[in-house]
Design a protein around this ligand. Structure first.
Ligand code: HEC
Ligand code: HEC
Ligand code: HEC
Ligand code: HEC
Ligand code: HEC
Ligand code: HEC
Ligand code: HEC
Ligand code: HEC
Ligand code: HEC
Ligand code: HEC
Length: 332
């Protein structure tokens, strides 16, 4: 569904690096086997074959930075700690923790001699990041999200070299929303409906409900303790446990009746009016009409005359639609 935007992001980088199309295979092979660069280079440097077969070595960040001065902003990035902290094993050679040993490239200045994560397959880029970011509290290391399965790499959301500390992780709600909306344009369009969570105002963000790194729940939903839906973090008054539960609240989740991305109904219901939400499961219409979502609720008793306006707004009587402490019919 989001193939197009993703493709366009990647094709942009293809255009910026047209040489990739020609040399991708060679770059990949060079990295995996530490075999030296492209055929072109071999032709132009026939005199030193033995040296060419030696794997590249680490040269240190100072060497990289003599040519890549524009990347001195890196010093403000959280990854700078790799450069200075001896315990992590990358002190003085942080650049090469992601780009791999760079001696050959420092000599040849050929792009074929250095690992450029932006030109790798997302799964390969992710693997570089996860050598350090495995099993963190944020689940960044659990490759369960549909982002990972659909080839959206870490660097699609975390630009390593932009703006020091501020480009690396979007923190302000408005920044996060802009990032997500960049690919999920249809979801963002839902948030322009009249009743929605206040994301366009910057009061909340997508990651209040979703974990972009994945989760055990469908839809990358966040959850609070014991797998209860992340909605409870803010709507804890609906938590229960209720003496009389309304089955779908727990079994199907909030999405059975609500569209939290935005709705024309003031309570963000999936249908414009309450009765059609309820009648999807509690249909007493004649004839064979299997409920759309396969769940069968009870049929309202005959006293319900749905032609009468009195019965159309179900929640005027069944007020405790999320569950009741006292009443089986969810009246109070
Ligand atoms: C002698 C100068 C020099 C040194 C030293 C040097 N580079 Fe480069 N590097 C270049 C040039 C020039 C390019 C651009 C090549 C091009 O676009 O054709 C480049 C390109 C790159 C690229 C982009 C590759 C691509 O596929 O687009 C990366 C990544 C890179 N260098 C990383 C490093 C790292 C890491 C080091 C230190 C280990 C380093 N460089 C040291 C000159 C240097
Ligand atoms: C945490 C991993 C990481 C570290 C550390 C790192 N880089 Fe990068 N670098 C990347 C990624 C990923 C890209 C691809 C572009 C992006 O996502 O920002 C990249 C891109 C580049 C490029 C290509 C720039 C461009 O705009 O096309 C150069 C050159 C480069 N890095 C050099 C360096 C140098 C020099 C250092 C050390 C000062 C360094 N990198 C440290 C991950 C890293
Ligand atoms: C060699 C180890 C290493 C590699 C490889 C690495 N990182 Fe990091 N990363 C760190 C360290 C150390 C920090 C500093 C914060 C910390 O202690 O977690 C950090 C911080 C970050 C942060 C910021 C966290 C914050 O709270 O501000 C992000 C985002 C991040 N890395 C993403 C990436 C991505 C994306 C890649 C792959 C392109 C990558 N890292 C590769 C070690 C690494
Ligand atoms: C779809 C976008 C997206 C992708 C893909 C993504 N991240 Fe993130 N990441 C975010 C956002 C947004 C945040 C800020 C999250 C928050 O505030 O809860 C974040 C936060 C982080 C942090 C900081 C955690 C913290 O709590 O401070 C790290 C580290 C990180 N990501 C690493 C990674 C790594 C490694 C990958 C690839 C395996 C990755 N991310 C893939 C969007 C993404
Ligand atoms: C580079 C493009 C891109 C960005 C940026 C991006 N996504 Fe995605 N997202 C995708 C793709 C591709 C899929 C998988 C296709 C699908 O499910 O429609 C996906 C799937 C999802 C899903 C559906 C999960 C499922 O299992 O149904 C959620 C939720 C999601 N993304 C949330 C986010 C959030 C939150 C952000 C911002 C932090 C974000 N995305 C940023 C491309 C992106
Ligand atoms: C108030 C909570 C909430 C917020 C905020 C939220 N979502 Fe969702 N989102 C949900 C729920 C609930 C589902 C349905 C999950 C399921 O499959 O059970 C969902 C589903 C999705 C899906 C997959 C199915 C679909 O509808 O396309 C995507 C993609 C998605 N959300 C992206 C986003 C993005 C991007 C943002 C921010 C612009 C966002 N969401 C903000 C609650 C939220
Ligand atoms: C980060 C906190 C937060 C999370 C998480 C959250 N909500 Fe909300 N929700 C709010 C706030 C605040 C409002 C009040 C409306 C506004 O923003 O003006 C609201 C309003 C609502 C409303 C309309 C209530 C009314 O008074 O008419 C519904 C329905 C709703 N949320 C459902 C959900 C569902 C379903 C989820 C989980 C998918 C969820 N919310 C997750 C904060 C949250
Ligand atoms: C069986 C359908 C159904 C399910 C499932 C459901 N809701 Fe509701 N919800 C409603 C209806 C109907 C209303 C409007 C009640 C009214 O008209 O007063 C409502 C109203 C709300 C409101 C605003 C008024 C209030 O009672 O606070 C919030 C917030 C809300 N729901 C959140 C949630 C959350 C969070 C979940 C998941 C735990 C959930 N709902 C599950 C049907 C449902
Ligand atoms: C997703 C399906 C679904 C939706 C939508 C739904 N219900 Fe239910 N409802 C059920 C199920 C299943 C039961 C439990 C039936 C049982 O225990 O046999 C139930 C039980 C009830 C009960 C308790 C009576 C009983 O049989 O235990 C009432 C009253 C009720 N629903 C009213 C409503 C109202 C009002 C709405 C609309 C706001 C609504 N329901 C929406 C599935 C649904
Ligand atoms: C004017 C008040 C009122 C309205 C409005 C109303 N109901 Fe009822 N409902 C009742 C009464 C009274 C009962 C019967 C309680 C009993 O007999 O124990 C009932 C029972 C039910 C039951 C079955 C409970 C059981 O124990 O089997 C369902 C399901 C139900 N209603 C659904 C709905 C739906 C769906 C709507 C909206 C289309 C609705 N109700 C509107 C008053 C109302």
């Amino acid at each position: 569904m989001f193939g197009l935007p993703v493709f366009s992001t990647r094709s942009r980088s293809l255009r910026a690096h047209p040489s990739w199309m020609r040399t991708a295979g060679l770059v990949g092979a060079a990295m995996l086997l530490a075999v030296p660069g492209g055929a072109q280079e071999k032709l132009s440097a026939p005199a030193t074959p033995p040296q060419e077969n030696k794997p590249a070595e680490y040269v240190g960040s100072a060497t990289c930075q003599t040519c890549h001065e524009s990347l001195n902003a890196f010093e403000k990035s959280p990854h700078q700690i790799l450069e200075t902290d001896k315990k992590r094993g990358w002190d003085t050679k942080a650049c090469e923790s992601c780009h791999g040993p760079g001696s050959k490239h420092a000599e040849s200045v050929s792009v074929a001699d250095i690992r450029q994560p932006a030109k790798l397959k997302p799964s390969e880029t992710n693997r570089i990041c996860l050598t350090c970011h495995q099993n963190q509290a944020t689940h960044v290391g659990r490759l369960t999200s549909s982002h990972d399965k659909n080839q959206v790499s870490c660097t699609a959301c975390h630009a390593i070299h932009k703006n020091g500390p501020h480009g690396l992780v979007a923190r302000k709600p408005a920044e996060i929303n802009a990032q997500c909306a960049g690919c999920h344009t249809d979801v963002w369009a839902s948030f322009q409906r009249p009743y929605k969570h206040r994301l366009p105002e910057g009061a909340m963000s997508c990651v209040d409900c979703h974990n972009p790194h994945g989760s055990y729940l469908p839809g990358n939903m966040r959850f609070v303790n014991a797998n209860e839906p992340g909605c409870m973090k803010c709507h804890g008054n609906l938590r229960g446990p209720f003496v009389f539960e309304h089955a779908p609240v727990r079994l199907e989740g909030c999405g059975a009746c609500h569209q939290p991305h935005g709705s024309v109904n003031p309570r963000m219901l999936t249908r414009a009016t309450v009765q059609f939400v309820c009648l999807e499961c509690h249909a007493n219409l004649p004839g064979p009409k299997p409920p759309a979502n396969g769940t069968i609720g009870t049929v309202p008793p005959a006293l319900h005359d749905l032609r009468s306006p009195r019965f159309q707004n179900c929640t005027t009587c069944h007020q405790k639609v999320h569950g009741s402490y006292v009443d089986r019919d969810l009246f109070k």
